[in-house]
Design a protein around this ligand. Structure first.
Ligand code: FAD
Ligand code: FES
Ligand code: FES
Length: 487
């Protein structure tokens, strides 16, 4: 192994930064505001919900730089190694004055107290960078993770539309892209990073094999991918997470493979990375997909992290279980494949040894004509955790139900299949009466709890109603033919 590097290196706006005294729990936001005195980026909620701290993080990919909005409050500083961090201070117009996005916010009264405004500007800038002519809906989706208490969203959307009419931007982020790319490449020595500050330890492995080796030597380490869960352990629970192994820079874990047999998602694939695939191969799941977190959270959060955290209310496990997905767990000793369903043993207990990590998730191609849906119920439409999330996969043989795989989150201590309901459906005709007859089986499958998100009565009623909704959506000929990967 080459000698480990003892610092992290990144480009902040227009200058290079090298830091060796970075602790595992140091946030990007604190570094920007306190160490760098860049106070344009605000702190509101410190939990990824309000978007006041939105900045751009650019990483090298596919021969260029991919810029994404992130919540700096829960993005941990060490994870921006070899990235380009862009804050609101770097946005300028051609003459050094306001950038067209900022000017449009002024012209269309998109700001009052102004606290949220830098975050909105960064989200709108990122949207227009990738999509110069967004629809109103696309603007709304880009702003899901930004909260404004004063202005209301209509003026901000009008500002976005006006900024789009300005045409392509020629600001520093655009004109200096090649030189930033060259600088990032020059900073990358391919080495593992190891930082030690007192007892605190940070590791950035150089490869997946190096990750496996590091984890074998440090089985107590906290694995950090997108930090959209772990970030809150730090900001809300003040947990000491050291030693930490950061993995979101590992391109090998971001691989996506589509074959006749199905889709393999590396554990580090973010929701945003996976979105085009979902839209193409599972169009009926795309609305659900855009209801996971807000845009910044989908840019950071990974499917692997959503499964690995073992939460009973994570949104992707019910869907993955209904789709018969499998996952590969890897350690320095080798790999094993298990059904995602079998990963969840009990509340807080998963089938993962301390030296294992999730390497990838495989979603088999559904049968042609399979009826598929995932429905999420939450108190707020956007940027909210599910009270109940139901996932359905049903195939018919003539009029009769041949396969039924139904799984819920929020109904038990783990994401769990409704096996009694499935048994009540299989072999029966696909009719309203069959659905009505199966509903009583929910009581066998689940004894939901009451908590601050929902009462047990609400959960029981809503879960049954989701099956009725699924039936009504798919009455008559199956409406959800899978494109692309169908056998
Ligand atoms: C504002 C906000 C909104 C959210 N909305 C939703 C939502 O709508 N639906 C939803 O389901 N979740 C939501 N979340 C939770 C979170 O975004 C997801 O659970 C996300 O998928 C976690 O992925 P991550 O990469 O950020 O994980 P991290 O925070 O990096 O890690 C999460 C856990 O997984 C472990 N881990 C990560 N990767 C691996 C790996 N490869 N192998 C083994 N262990 C690993 C970590 O050690 C940790 O225990 C939200 C979070 C925030 C902050
Ligand atoms: S401060 Fe609210 S999302 Fe970061
Ligand atoms: S302008 Fe005050 S919070 Fe948005």
């Amino acid at each position: 192994m080459t000698t480990p590097r003892r610092d992290i290196r990144f480009i902040l706006n227009d200058r290079e930064v090298r830091l060796s005294d970075v602790k595992s729990s140091d946030s990007l936001l604190d570094h920007l505001r306190i160490a760098q005195n860049l106070r344009g980026t605000k702190e509101g909620c410190a939990e990824g919900d309000c978007g006041a701290c939105t900045v751009l993080v650019g990483r090298r990919a596919e021969g260029g730089i991919v810029y994404e909005t992130v919540n700096a409050c829960i993005r941990l500083l060490a994870s921006v190694d070899l990235c380009h961090v862009v804050t609101i201070e770097h946005l300028r117009g051609r003459d050094g004055g306001l950038h067209p996005v900022q000017q449009a916010m002024v012209d269309f009264h998109g700001s009052q107290c102004g606290f949220c405004t830098p975050g909105f500007v960064m989200s709108l800038y990122a949207l227009l960078m990738g999509n110069p002519s967004p629809t109103k809906h696309e603007i709304e989706v880009a702003l899901q993770g930004n909260l404004c208490r004063c202005t209301g969203y209509s003026p901000i959307i009008r500002a976005a539309q006006a900024a789009a009419e300005e045409g392509a931007f020629d600001d520093a982020i655009v004109t200096e892209r090649d030189s930033v790319l060259a600088k990032l490449a020059a900073l990358d020595d391919g080495a593992r990073v190891e930082l030690t500050v007192g007892e605190d330890r940070v590791y950035l492995p150089s490869s997946v094999a190096d990750f496996a080796e590091l984890l074998a030597g440090n089985p107590e380490a906290t694995i950090v991918a997108g930090s959209t869960d772990v970030g809150l352990w730090v900001t809300k629970f003040m947990r000491d997470i050291s030693p930490v192994i950061f993995i979101n820079h590992l391109e090998e874990l971001r691989r996506i493979e589509v074959t006749e047999a199905g889709i393999t998602l590396g554990a580090g694939v973010s929701y945003s990375d996976a979105e085009p695939l979902i839209v193409e191969h599972f169009p009926m799941l795309s609305t659900f997909w855009r209801r996971i977190g807000g845009w910044q959270v989908r840019n950071m959060g990974t499917v692997g992290g959503n499964v690995a955290n073992g939460s009973p209310i994570g949104d992707t496990p019910p869907m993955l279980i209904a789709l018969s997905a499998q996952m590969t767990l890897r350690s320095s000793k080798g790999s094993r494949v298990i059904a995602v369903e079998d990963f969840f043993i009990d509340y807080g207990k998963q089938d993962r040894a301390k030296d294992e990590f999730v390497e990838s998730i495989f979603i088999p191609a559904p049968e042609r004509g399979a009826m598929i849906a995932t429905h999420k119920l939450s108190k707020r439409r956007d940027e909210d955790i599910s009270s109940v999330c139901g996932a359905f996969y049903v195939t018919l043989d003539g009029d009769k139900i041949a396969t039924a795989r139904i799984a819920y989150g929020g109904m038990a201590a783990t994401p769990k299949r409704a096996k009694a309901v499935e048994a009540a459906l299989i072999g029966q005709e696909w009719t309203e009466q069959t659905i009505a007859d199966a509903l009583s089986a929910y009581a066998e499958d689940y004894q939901p709890l009451t908590d601050w998100r929902a009462s047990k009565e609400y959960r029981a009623t809503a879960a049954a109603n989701l099956l009725r909704r699924f039936y009504l959506e798919n009455t008559g000929t199956p409406a959800t033919v899978i494109r692309g990967t169908a056998a």
